[in-house]
Design a protein around this ligand. Structure first.
Ligand SMILES: C[S@@+](CC[C@H](N)C(=O)[O-])C[C@H]1O[C@@H](n2cnc3c(N)ncnc32)[C@H](O)[C@@H]1O
Ligand SMILES: O=C(O)C(=O)C[C@]1(C(=O)O)C=C[C@@H](O)C=C1
Length: 245
């Protein structure tokens, strides 16, 4: 997938006061580069969304991409879905992201319909869903609303449906948290980010990206009713779960 965006230099210059991270036009214009260089395993996760969609999309059902950004997950699903009558519903509350997503999707030839929705995922109801992808989005929701969203997703899913939930995680054990943070920052340096970029983005994400632990995710998914949950992927402090109804 070529989003032809710019190189991410959002945090490259010293800022006297770093403000909270927002998905505005500046971020949207570099987001493909930003997420590939900031989320270890991102390309692998998208490749596997294709595989999951091919395997689990049911005929005449809905497939959701929650917090679709530029449509990485949406395109992976479109390419994977082989069943007829499916619709991909891609939701994001950032107008800047959705505008660019719409443009990018114009280059994507698929017989599966796509609907872009500008909305808060917390306000959505889900129905007739066979595949739900929520890649690196739950971590930006108010922690108090996360349980309800997962419950709503579960309610809207068909038997045999799958939720792919990918997230940055935190570790309860201090040593483990420090180890993974160090390795993650090394990964960012290898991707060409400077120490200034790393520290300013870290500050901007404080209280904006609030990661949960694996244990919290598993418990929340279980509480919502998911009968089978596999953590199928982890790369440093980023994981992905497949939860089945
Ligand atoms: C890290 S990005 C997701 C990346 C994307 N899923 C991908 O795989 O390329 C998080 C996205 O979620 C969106 N977002 C954050 N909170 C949201 C909410 N409450 N409702 C809808 N979208 C939200 C942001 O605008 C942003 O585009
Ligand atoms: O935690 C970080 O430092 C990140 O850059 C991660 C992360 C994410 O997981 O969404 C944060 C913001 C951007 O959306 C891209 C990547």
């Amino acid at each position: 997938m070529d989003h032809s965006g710019d190189i991410d230099n959002v945090f490259a210059h010293y800022q006297e006061r770093v403000s909270g991270f927002v998905f505005d036009d500046k971020v949207a214009s570099v987001f493909d580069d930003m997420i590939r260089r900031s989320v270890p395993g991102y390309a692998t996760v998208l490749g596997m969304v294709h595989v999951f969609a091919e395997h689990f999309a049911q005929p005449n059902s809905n497939c959701y991409d929650l917090g679709c950004s530029l449509g990485g997950g949406t395109i992976a699903m479109l390419r994977g879905i082989k069943q007829s009558g499916c619709k991909v519903i891609a939701i994001d509350n950032s107008p800047a992201m959705l505008a660019r997503c719409e443009q990018i999707l114009q280059n994507e030839k698929s017989k599966t319909d796509v609907q872009l929705v500008e909305a808060d995922v917390a306000d959505m109801t889900f129905e007739n869903a066979s595949v739900v992808v929520c890649n690196y989005t739950l971590q930006f929701l108010d922690t108090t609303g996360r349980e309800e969203l997962i419950e709503r997703i579960y309610e809207g899913m068909l038997p045999g449906g799958v939720l792919i939930l990918s997230e940055k995680i935190k570790f309860e054990n201090t040593q483990e948290q420090e180890f993974f943070t160090d390795i993650y920052h090394d990964f960012k340096r290898l991707q060409g980010y400077s120490d200034l970029e790393i520290s300013q983005k870290r500050k901007a994400l404080e209280n904006v990206l609030v990661p949960d632990s694996t244990e919290t995710h598993l418990q929340r998914l279980k509480n919502a009713g998911f009968s089978r949950i596999h953590q199928w992927f982890q790369c440093v402090n980023f994981v992905s779960f497949a939860a089945f109804k």
